[in-house]
Design a protein around this ligand. Structure first.
Ligand code: 0L1
Ligand code: MG
Length: 279
């Protein structure tokens, strides 16, 4: 995956009197607003309140500009997260395709470690399946071909934390906000032959109580389909997935609020568990 330092893309003229969202200065300003919201633990207004016709392309440029700010602070992109990978969430948003955000090393929490939630806005946690990329992966590939590029599969969790009030947003807003990416943890990697487990039972526990149960099949019917979608989005972004990159394929259940002082354990059949404690 390439490491953008400036947002690429053409400049387009204003439309309907809206601010020219697509010039580099506007993209940078929106990225700064979202970044500062995250860093000050405060929500911000929807970008589409200012620019109702914000395009998905422009939103991805804002996303990349936000990542560029993280890179300037010394972070490194280590993969991608897929969003809206359940049919229910797609229907809720009125969309028929997945989105993605980028993961940086600063977002990764070691398995079993403590996550400080005091600087987060309104975090939620969800059980996920993660892939470790073994071969460069990009383009329109079949799920079977995508699997051939995989070096490992693991149970994972993702902490999402929208920079918008009440997790309410339109599609371009959430894309610009890096698909609500915040933090994640990965359990032990397993050999990719476990990838065949398209219907793995998954359980998320908080303080020993089950708060969500589901199946990896909730992720587009099979998480490898999400991986193939990541390859397509990687090509579109001109950022192939590289060996060592992590892809969070999506959530197996709805996300639940994450509070301080909680111990969360996510278990997936065949893949074991991953844990996090919050303070
Ligand atoms: O990881 C996800 O599926 C979340 C994508 C962004 C939407 C949200 O914040 O719920
Ligand atoms: Mg997720």
């Amino acid at each position: 995956m390439s490491r953008p330092t400036t947002p690429p893309g053409p400049t387009r003229p204003d439309s309907l009197g809206a601010p020219d969202m697509t010039d580099d200065a506007s993209v940078a300003a929106f990225a700064r607003t979202l970044d500062e919201a995250a860093r000050s633990s405060a929500t911000t207004g929807l970008l589409t309140a200012d620019v109702p016709d914000l395009t998905l392309d422009a939103a991805y440029r804002v996303q990349r500009a936000g990542i560029a700010r993280r890179l300037a602070r010394g972070e490194t992109v280590i993969g991608a997260k897929m969003g809206f990978t359940s049919r229910a969430k797609m229907a809720q948003m009125g969309i028929d395709d997945v989105i993605w955000g980028l993961l940086t090393d600063a977002m990764q929490v070691e398995d079993g470690a403590t996550l400080d939630t005091s600087a987060l806005i309104h975090p939620r946690i969800e059980p996920e399946i993660a892939f470790l990329i073994g071969e460069p992966l990009s383009g329109r590939v079949s799920p079977a071909a995508a699997v051939r590029a995989v070096a490992g599969i693991a149970v994972a969790y993702e902490v999402i934390d929208s920079r918008y009030a009440d997790f309410r947003f339109t599609l371009p807003d959430v894309v610009a906000d890096n698909a609500s990416a915040c933090a994640f943890g990965i359990g032990p990697w397993h050999a990719p032959d476990r990838v065949a487990g398209e219907n793995l039972g998954m359980v998320m526990e908080v303080d020993g109580r089950t708060v969500a149960t589901g199946s990896s099949a909730a992720i587009l019917g099979n998480p490898v389909r999400s991986l193939a979608a990541a390859a397509r989005l990687a090509e579109g972004a001109g950022s192939p997935l590289r060996p060592g990159d992590i892809v969070l394929a999506g959530a197996a259940t709805a996300a639940v609020p994450l509070t301080p002082g909680a111990h969360v354990r996510v278990v997936a059949a065949e893949l074991g568990r991953v844990e996090v404690t919050t303070r």
